[in-house]
Design a binder for this molecule. Structure first.
Ligand SMILES: CC(C)(COP(=O)(O)OP(=O)(O)OC[C@H]1O[C@@H](n2cnc3c(N)ncnc32)[C@H](O)[C@@H]1OP(=O)(O)O)[C@@H](O)C(=O)NCCC(=O)NCCS
Length: 180
């Protein structure tokens, strides 16, 4: 017998000093396409979906990504947070997720990206700190994991600043983890 799918207890909206992290909606497609559009060449080396989009896609294809984020959430799956600039509310600055596995709710997987024009301002750090708080307090995760390509210096630096440490490898690269 299979256990019904349920997601970890994470809020739909998280507010930080400069950001609103809100569960993605289909209506966010245009803002998402703009953010991804300016960042595709710096996302493609690290994300399969971005590489595929860069090779084959058109901006309109991002409509699917926003719609799927909404549909997955409505179906009871993990949230996909779009990060909005509080000083410029229509501007999407990045995307962050905390994924759970069907069989393991006390371990979450963190990943995310920031649009290129917002790099170097502590946006990923601010979003990541807020997500770690929610993961370890409200969602009661025992551990948050991340996978990173060993050549991705900014991401490794970010993970270190968020309290992660490397502890092994996956076929895709390094495995990092932070315990609560
Ligand atoms: C990794 C990424 C999310 C960082 O976003 P960001 O908002 O620019 O990061 P922050 O400004 O919060 O910086 C976080 C830390 O990373 C460091 N960092 C950011 N960009 C860096 C770069 N190009 N080289 C070295 N370190 C970098 C910052 O210096 C900071 O560390 P510090 O405070 O000790 O100096 C962004 O570069 C990105 O989206 N990259 C492409 C996608 C990706 O690699 N995602 C991660 C997959 S897990």
């Amino acid at each position: 017998m299979t256990t019904p799918r349920r997601r970890p207890d994470l809020p739909e909206v998280i507010v930080t000093p400069r950001l609103v992290l809100r569960q993605g909606r289909a209506a966010d497609a245009t803002a998402l396409a703009e953010a991804v559009g300016e960042s595709l060449d710096v996302l493609a080396p690290w994300f399969r979906w971005a590489e595929t989009l860069q090779r084959w896609g058109e901006p309109g294809d991002l409509g699917c990504r926003a719609r799927i984020a909404e549909e997955r959430y409505r179906a009871g799956e993990d949230p996909t947070y779009f990060a909005w600039d509080r000083d410029d509310p229509g501007r999407l600055l990045g995307e962050f997720v905390l994924l759970s596995r069907d069989w393991h709710y006390d371990a979450l997987t963190y990943l995310g990206w920031v649009r290129r024009s917002a790099w170097g301002r502590g946006i990923a750090l601010e979003a990541g700190d807020a997500l770690m708080d929610e993961a370890f307090t409200r969602a009661r995760a025992a551990v948050v994991e991340a996978e990173v390509d060993g050549r991705n210096a900014p991401s490794r630096r970010l993970l270190g600043r968020l309290g992660f440490a490397p502890y092994g490898y996956t076929p895709a690269g390094e495995r990092w983890a932070r315990e609560g």
